[in-house]
Write a protein that binds this ligand. Structure first.
Ligand SMILES: Cc1cc2nc3c(=O)[nH]c(=O)nc-3n(C[C@H](O)[C@H](O)[C@H](O)COP(=O)(O)OP(=O)(O)OC[C@H]3O[C@@H](n4cnc5c(N)ncnc54)[C@H](O)[C@@H]3O)c2cc1C
Length: 483
């Protein structure tokens, strides 16, 4: 059987959409520290949250940035990986430099190197699409509210180009286990602008689900079709770059396995990205490199052993199911969360009628992936009560697999890793001006906007300390003991 390492060096990233086979090798990596504030947005519950609300005026105030950039230290930026992290950073580099055009007389030039097309690679391409700022116990995560605002800003931009990327303007968190109802009621009491408690009778009459009650999460919480969203965001980057006389380019890279060779034959513009040496060769031409390749950072050894990050790889498998229009009557086309999730997908483009859903996801820490039967068993056991109709009448279209790079939990929860990256002497990407944005864990949607903006701001100022002004402990991952 193929090892995880072999898969990653060859076909793994092409297989993210498929059931992966073979043994996995999870390099162990390890964590932590602190955080702060939060303001409540001026959202009113009611009919207004049925539409896609515009970014609130409060966001601009809350996220105010230094209005000018003093110097122009960078102009030619490479971003390795164009998932949620990479594209958010790219968008913000353009937005912030566009606001300071006089400092960038020859423009800013961004190249994204990715193994896949936009929206088709990494964990982002298979994410469930649920965006909200709460922990599993209903606590507000650190920076939850400004993060929600900033992600909504990006979603609003992307949806101008890909209207269908917003699947639902709300989602439901259902209490199935004792105590979870109490926790969720507390959330509703504390954050009425985001969460509304629904008694079990109401949940039952609306969704025919037997539960202890649940939350309706709105106020900016959403269900996103992440691949469409990324496409929309990429298009917005292109539009912005053109308008500002900047440039942005997506470079498809290939590794030296059979599939990739075939792809190279079809598209000669693909560039060889076979090993660290060839990557370093390409990246040498840039004055700044940002590593945002998610789990690829580990699989492809973009950081050396010594440069290991306080994080671990967690595989997530999910099932896509389809309900024909004839069987569809019992379903509500809503997204439900109870630890696991059931979430709508865009309607089947083939017949234009069948409803599609994604049910996920496993949290697999072991080397060997769960088999298809094990995935179905586990997900069915944990979500059957939420959607018996779907389980009884739906047909499975496919299993999807993705790998999250999960930060170690610290005092402030699982925080992303951003900052300047010091390259090790003995391997990995080597560039005198390297930065990193990764470790989004299961919170890619909520955190990618805010952290991407912070990082872009620091990169443009060529000053990592800019990050400390936003998040005093942004460098927790540098000081944490590796495991
Ligand atoms: C099954 C599953 C369900 C999830 N559901 C949710 C959810 O509902 N809500 C939520 O907020 N989060 C969810 N997540 C988490 C979310 O998907 C991640 O936090 C997020 O996608 C991470 O983004 P990223 O850009 O850091 O990495 P990725 O999305 O993995 O992107 C990395 C990019 O880099 C590219 N790449 C990799 N290696 C290389 C290389 N060597 N060279 C060039 N390019 C490379 C990849 O092709 C990819 O495009 C889920 C994750 C999984 C696996």
């Amino acid at each position: 059987m193929l090892s995880w390492t072999k898969l990653s060096r060859s076909t793994f990233f092409l297989c993210l959409f498929q059931i992966d086979s073979g043994n996995a090798f999870f390099p162990n990596m390890s964590i932590i520290r602190k955080q702060q504030h939060v303001l409540v947005p001026s959202f009113k519950y009611g009919s207004s949250y049925i539409r896609n609300e515009p970014i609130r005026a409060t966001s601009a105030r809350r996220l105010s940035y230094r209005s000018s950039i003093d110097s122009c230290p960078i102009s030619n930026v490479a971003i390795v990986g164009g998932g949620l992290a990479g594209l958010s950073t790219a968008y913000h580099l353009l937005e912030l430099s566009g606001d300071n055009k006089d400092k960038f007389p020859s423009g800013i030039h961004i190249t994204i190197f990715d193994k896949a097309l936009v929206g088709e690679g990494g964990a982002s391409s298979v994410a469930g699409g649920l965006m909200h700022p709460f922990s599993p116990r209903g606590k507000l995560i650190h920076f939850g509210l400004p993060a929600l605002d900033q992600s909504n800003h990006l979603i609003q931009m992307a949806s101008k180009n890909q209207l269908q990327c917003i699947l639902r303007p709300h989602l439901y968190r259902i209490a199935l286990k004792p105590n979870s109802d109490v926790q969720l009621q507390n959330t509703a009491d504390k954050y009425p602008n985001l969460a509304r408690w629904m008694a079990k009778e109401k949940i039952h009459s609306k969704f025919a689900i037997d539960s202890l009650g649940g939350l309706e999460l709105g106020g900016g919480c959403k269900v996103i079709h992440v691949p469409s969203y990324l496409k929309g965001l990429w298009e917005e980057c292109e539009i912005r770059a053109t308008a500002q006389c900047d440039t942005i380019e997506w470079k498809l890279v290939h590794q030296s396995d059979k599939h990739q060779k075939q792809k190279k034959a079809e598209d000669p513009s693909l560039i060889a990205w076979n090993d660290i040496e060839s990557m370093n060769h390409y990246l040498d031409q840039f004055d700044t490199v940002i590593l945002a390749a998610g789990a690829g950072i580990v699989h492809d050894k973009l950081v050396s052993e010594e440069g290991d990050l306080p994080a671990q790889l967690v595989r997530g498998q999910a099932i896509e199911m389809m309900l024909s229009s004839a069987d569809d009557s019992g379903m509500q086309h809503e997204a439900f969360l109870c630890g696991k999730y059931i979430s709508p997908l865009p309607i089947n483009s083939v017949d234009g009628l069948s409803q599609r859903y994604i049910i996920g996801a496993t949290h697999e820490f072991k080397d060997t992936p769960l088999s298809e039967e094990e995935v179905v068993d586990e997900l069915k056991r944990q979500t059957y009560e939420l959607a018996p109709h779907l389980w009884d009448n739906g047909t499975t279209s496919r299993l999807t697999t993705g790998v999250r790079l999960q930060s170690r939990r610290g005092t402030f929860g699982r925080m992303p890793m951003i900052g300047r990256f010091t390259c090790a002497d003995n391997g990995g990407i080597k560039h005198h001006n390297s930065w990193i944005f990764t470790g989004l864990s299961s919170r890619g949607l909520i955190y990618h906007g805010l952290f991407g903006r912070w990082l872009a701001n620091a990169v443009l100022h060529d000053n990592e300390e800019e990050l400390r002004e936003r998040f005093n402990d942004f460098d927790w991952w540098k000081t944490t003991q590796r495991k």
